[in-house]
Every structure is written in structure tokens, then in C-alpha cells.
Write a new protein. Structure first.
Length: 399
């Protein structure tokens, strides 16, 4: 029977290396002279080793007992001890993940956004909508197990309130992304960003929207219309900007050589600088405009124009939609007709993505955002395949 060294004999070893201390058991001394126990073995012909613990925290007899159990696992159960340990750790991790509920994750997200939001209004709106529609249904469910069925249940609870459902969908998506970033959800798949969760909204009294399929024909009519505000409306649609951004736009914000419009944070709804990649047609519009004011589309006195000018241009064209509604058309088109990620579309609209904001605003994402805006440019510039005529929209109704 083979004799293995005693504790006293092992204590004498000082030189870095590995010293046999039992069947498959070794004392390992590192180059920094720290000592630990390791279990060395072969599985499917591959040499493997796994740590058992520090030399001063695990006695020789305890280390030999551990090695014996691992040998039984290896020889009798035909299991790889290292993979078995990893599987056990994963099971433990999942158990920990199950302890974080959706309500806890949501409150953590809201707390971390408190310093970014202006005042308490946004915080209160988030909490009120989640308490009313989400917490009662999924608040106590593990955030790791939230799937499409749970998201649909929350959205169904807000039926009859389309704007609320849109906001809820956005908030659920942000919270689930936040949970994944913090390790509370293993999958990066976000069920709240799934397409077709919400039916297309019917036009109401505010922000009447043109269906994206009508936009190309409207753009053809718009390009044949002369005037500063026709060009302003065209740029607004191409950039999917907010109307107020058009009124406030100054020449110093545009780099036409690089085809980028940089909106300062002070002029943005979320107080964050926003860069808009300009399509070729957008650059063409800007190059052709006269420059007699700091404002790109100035009012009569040369200062900032009235916030009603885009609506008046639409009224002159007998088109009863709201300028803001073209952003909805852009979002619907991107979601239904393209494969661009939801997050990329939200950034293009200058919407907040919570924990993912920084990642999607990095410079290396600009190329993808430019592709998105140029694809939109190509779409709205194509000939109308139906009849090439814009169908006038009735006030407050569908086309």
C-alpha cells in the first residue's frame, strides 16, 4: 500500500510546486508561497484540476475526505467533478435570482434614476403606473422569470388607455434591461420589447398620426411645396425629431461635413445631449437654406419662430395630422418593417433607455443609427405604390 506524507512532512515543503498528498490530492505551493489543496484527475482523456481550499483552512484529513468523495463521483457516477461544482453554483445562483422580485427590481431602478430625473414628477408617475397595473399582478414574481405572458398581463390591465400602455411597455422594458445588467436575469432577451405587443393606436384628439405607409406619398407632395416651413417639416420627418427641436435648431449645432446634428442637453426633454445622423436628403435641405439668422428656421424678426409653424404648414396642405405624429409613424415603421433593435429606435427618438443609455449612445453605435435613419430616408423617398396621392386625413379620425 502506498504511503503518503504526513502533516509534519508536508509542512516541510517550501519550494513552489505540487506535492502528492493522497490519491489525486496535491498540496500546491504557488510562486508567492501560498499553499492550497487541489484535486487532479482526467476526464474523457483531458487532464483537469480543481481547488479544494486553502492549506491553513482545510486539514489534511478533511482534504483527503473531499478528494475521496470526488473520486467516487468520478469513478462511480461518471461525473466530471468540476462541471458538477459549476452546475451546483449555477443552481445556487438561480435560487438567489429567484429572491429578487419584479417589485424590488423596479424600485431599485427608480431609486437609481432619481438623481437623473428632474424633481419628483417622473418618479411619482412611474410608481403610480406600476402600482396600479404591474405590482398587483407581477410584483411578487421573481424578475428572473418574467416572460411575455407576464408582460401581456400587465398591458392588458391597462386596456382602454393606449398612451398608458405605451408608457408601461417602455417602463417594463427598462426595468427588465436593468435587471439583466445587474445579474438578476440570466437572459438578455427582453419580452417587453417584443413586436406586436400593442395593436396600432387609433388616432385621437392629440398627436394625430399619419400611417407610415402614407408618408412616402405625403413626402412627394411636400417636396413639391415651396417655402421655409415646407423644408422644416421635411427635415423634421427625416430626423424623427420633436417639433420643438426644429424651432430651436441653430446653425452652430450642425456639422454638414460629418452629417451630424448635435442637440445640446439644455434643449432636450431628458436634458441629455442628442446626436442625430443626417441623411443625404437632410444635408441637401440644410445646404440649400439661406443663413440670415442664428436660427435655421427663424421667425419673421429673425428670432425663434412660433411653435405653430409646422402645424400651419400641414394645415395649408390640408393634412390634419400633428407634427409630433410623424415620430409615431417612424417608430411603427421601424418596429413593423425593419429588423433594427427596439433600443436603437428609442435612442433615435431621444428616449431614455435607463441602464442601457450609455451603451447605446457610444460613438460606435452612431454607424448603426446612421443606417437606421438612411433606411428611413429611402423608405419615405420611394414612389407611392398605391396611387401616389396623399389621402387627406379627417380631424380626429382615421384616413
Amino acid at each position: 500500500m502506498r504511503r503518503y506524507p504526513s502533516v509534519k512532512e508536508l509542512d516541510r515543503f517550501k519550494k513552489p510546486g505540487r506535492y502528492l498528498a493522497g490519491p489525486n490530492l496535491f498540496l500546491q505551493i504557488s510562486q508567492w508561497h501560498t499553499k492550497s489543496w487541489i484535486f487532479r484527475y482526467r476526464f474523457n482523456g483531458r487532464p483537469r484540476h480543481m481547488g479544494l481550499g486553502a492549506y491553513d483552512l482545510l486539514s489534511l484529513s478533511e482534504a483527503r475526505d473531499k478528494a475521496h468523495e470526488l473520486r467516487r463521483q468520478l469513478k462511480i457516477q461518471k461525473l466530471d467533478p468540476l462541471e458538477a461544482r459549476r452546475a451546483e453554483a449555477q443552481t445556487t445562483r438561480r435560487a438567489v435570482l429567484r429572491d429578487i422580485t419584479f417589485k424590488q427590481a423596479a424600485r431599485r431602478y427608480i431609486d437609481e434614476r432619481a438623481d437623473i430625473w428632474r424633481g419628483n414628477a417622473s418618479r411619482d408617475q412611474w410608481l403610480q403606473s406600476l402600482q396600479k397595473y404591474a405590482f398587483a399582478l407581477i410584483g411578487d414574481i421573481s424578475v428572473a422569470s418574467i416572460g411575455k405572458a407576464e408582460v401581456v398581463a400587465v398591458l392588458d390591465a391597462a386596456k382602454g388607455a393606449p398612451s398608458t400602455r405605451e408608457r408601461l411597455k417602455h417602463r417594463l422594458a427598462n426595468i427588465l434591461n436593468f435587471a439583466h445588467a445587474h445579474g438578476w436575469r440570466e437572459t438578455s432577451e427582453n419580452p417587453a420589447t417584443s413586436r406586436h405587443l400593442l395593436a396600432p393606436r387609433k388616432n385621437g384628439k392629440h398627436f394625430e398620426a399619419m400611417h407610415h405607409e402614407q408618408v412616402p406619398a405625403f413626402m412627394a407632395q411636400l417636396r413639391n411645396t415651396e417655402g421655409q416651413w415646407a423644408r422644416a417639416l421635411e427635415l423634421h420627418i427625416l430626423c424623427a425629431s420633436r417639433p420643438i427641436e426644429i424651432y430651436r435648431a441653430r446653425w452652430q449645432e450642425f456639422d454638414l461635413e460629418r452629417a451630424v446634428w448635435t442637440r445640446p442637453g439644455a434643449h432636450m426633454k431628458n436634458n441629455v445631449e442628442h446626436r442625430i445622423p443626417l441623411s443625404p436628403r437632410a444635408v441637401e435641405i440644410l445646404r440649400a437654406l439661406p443663413r440670415y439668422s442664428d436660427f435655421v428656421f427663424p421667425g419673421r424678426s429673425g428670432g425663434q419662430a412660433s411653435s405653430a409653424m409646422l402645424r400651419r404648414q400641414l394645415a395649408r396642405m390640408k393634412c390634419a395630422v400633428d407634427p409630433h405624429g410623424f415620430r409615431a409613424a417612424f417608430k411603427t415603421w421601424a418596429g413593423e418593417q425593419t429588423g433594427y433593435p427596439y433600443e436603437l429606435v428609442e435612442v433615435a427618438l431621444a428616449h431614455s433607455l435607463g441602464a442601457l443609455d450609455e451603451a447605446y449612445r457610444r460613438a460606435d453605435m452612431m454607424a448603426r443609427r446612421r443606417q437606421l435613419m438612411e433606411t428611413w430616408n429611402e423608405y419615405v423617398s420611394r414612389p407611392d405604390t398605391a396611387n401616389g396621392v396623399v389621402v387627406p386625413l379627417r380631424q380626429g379620425g382615421n384616413p
